[in-house]
Design a binder for this molecule. Structure first.
Ligand code: ZN
Length: 439
């Protein structure tokens, strides 16, 4: 099964013994060191006169030499170190991809939750009971994990990671695509992802707002802990030469628990949302937002400083927080899984165009409220629903779907042939969207 990439993942709670946990912690630090050294080497090589671009292949052979010299490096299984170099390759690839929000690869601090990744050939899985299983890792032996759902497919890699809530193992799994995929006959829907209201679906009358990821009590506790950490940090700098005390470490760990819980709740909501959208719709239309541009554009350059940098920074935080890119990514593979299709349309003016008469006018959005009021035909609507309908119309009026544009106000049916058309493939996410943006 060489060359078959993982196309899905499954994450489980892992229960290493104290010895295994200690070794894993030390390995994760080694992985971080390998990352940082390899990145420094690439930065240096690119900055040198030859402008050389290093890749995992060349660095792997240097790694072999380095392993002979350093005991700490030798302790980490060679395959794991090679995986780090491959991850660095992927990080650069994402960075060069204009569709991807990734920044340039960064050096990792000690506090970074670096995982240890093993290739699929190096791990073995055995089920020990209905709910428990063991994964065999090189040099560590069998490690217990909770089999909370079946692993369907071929395991291509395994990543061990620890966050505030404990250890986890994530398997990258290759699941073959079904040969005759059924076509999702559900209606088409436009989805507007926003700040004020998390998500608005064109077929619904109300937006879906993600609930707070922390309860009031948890928020209060987090504020208190952060204040305590700030105090302890100041003390460490002033009286302890910057050395972290045991109490400071404990505070940091307590904050990590809350942050991990928050992240898990956010991911849970995202998954339920995208699953629901993909399951019940034949076409899901979204705005083709270049998240990376939105996140970066405010700063400008030295010659041309950006405007409203502060305000934009606030907006950026909200966008990043909402996890737009992640929602889009999940919609991409989930619509495929459920036989539907994700269409990305040009985002220009979706919030200013009237969904009834089609005129675009910035006057249509008076003030900062969520009300859309057309100055030409008097149509009023929730601004995000208006945008969602526009997104849907654009998606339906492209690539041979013009027929349903008229009936596309919320209850449009998909008119696709059961086995898909060639032109549809081009509208998939992450591919040049020139044929879609013609709307
Ligand atoms: Zn109008």
């Amino acid at each position: 099964m060489v060359g078959v990439k993982a196309n899905t993942a499954a994450k489980f709670r892992l229960y290493p013994t104290a010895d295994q946990a200690e070794r894993l912690v030390s390995w994760s630090h080694t992985c971080r060191a390998v990352w940082n050294i390899a990145l420094a080497q690439r930065v240096w090589a690119y900055g040198s006169a030859q402008r050389k671009t290093l890749q995992a292949g060349e660095q792997c052979s240097e790694l072999t030499l380095a392993r002979k010299e350093h005991v700490w490096l030798r302790d980490l299984p060679a395959q794991c170190a090679q995986q780090v170099l491959r991850q660095l390759d992927a990080a650069y690839e994402n960075f060069w991809n204009p569709e991807h929000p990734a920044r340039s690869p960064q050096y990792k601090r000690k506090s970074h939750q670096q995982g240890v990744t093993f290739p699929g050939q190096a791990v073995q899985i055995r089920k020990v009971s209905r709910r428990m299983a063991h994964v065999r890792l090189p040099k560590l032996g069998w490690v217990r994990f909770r089999l909370s759902r079946p692993i369907e497919g071929t395991v291509r890699n395994a990543t061990i990671k620890r966050d505030g809530l404990g250890w986890h193992v994530a398997f990258g799994v290759h699941r073959p695509e079904p040969v005759d995929r059924h076509v999702n006959a559900g209606p088409a829907a436009g989805v507007d992802v926003g700040i004020a209201c998390s998500v608005f679906v064109s077929t619904e009358n109300e937006g879906r707002q993600r609930p707070d990821t922390l309860t009031a009590g948890e928020k209060q506790r987090l504020r208190g802990l952060e204040r305590r950490m700030a105090r302890q940090l100041t003390f460490a700098k002033k009286h302890n030469g910057g050395k972290y005390s045991k109490r400071l470490r404990r505070t940091i760990a307590q904050i990590a628990v809350l942050k991990a819980r928050q992240a898990r709740r956010r991911a849970d909501w995202n998954h339920k949302l995208t699953d629901d959208l993909a399951k019940s719709h034949g076409i899901v239309a979204v705005e083709d937002l270049k998240v990376s541009n939105m996140l970066r554009s405010a700063k400008g350059t030295v010659a041309q400083p950006g405007t409203n940098v502060k305000q934009k920074a606030g907006l950026n935080r909200s966008i990043a927080d909402q996890g737009w890119f992640e929602i889009r990514r999940q919609l991409g593979y989930k619509t495929r899984r459920y036989g539907g299709e994700l269409v990305a349309v040009a985002p220009h003016g979706t919030s200013q165009t009237c969904a009834r008469c089609g005129t675009r006018d910035s006057e249509n959005r008076q003030g900062c409220g969520r009300l859309f009021a057309c100055v030409h035909c008097g149509h009023t609507e929730h601004a995000d629903r208006n945008a969602a309908i526009n997104i849907l119309d654009r998606a339906l009026s492209t690539a041979g779907r013009a027929g349903c544009a008229a009936s596309g106000r919320g209850t449009a049916q998909s008119t696709r042939s059961p086995h898909g058309q060639g032109s549809l493939a081009g509208s998939r996410m992450r591919e040049p969207s020139s044929n879609v943006t013609a709307a």
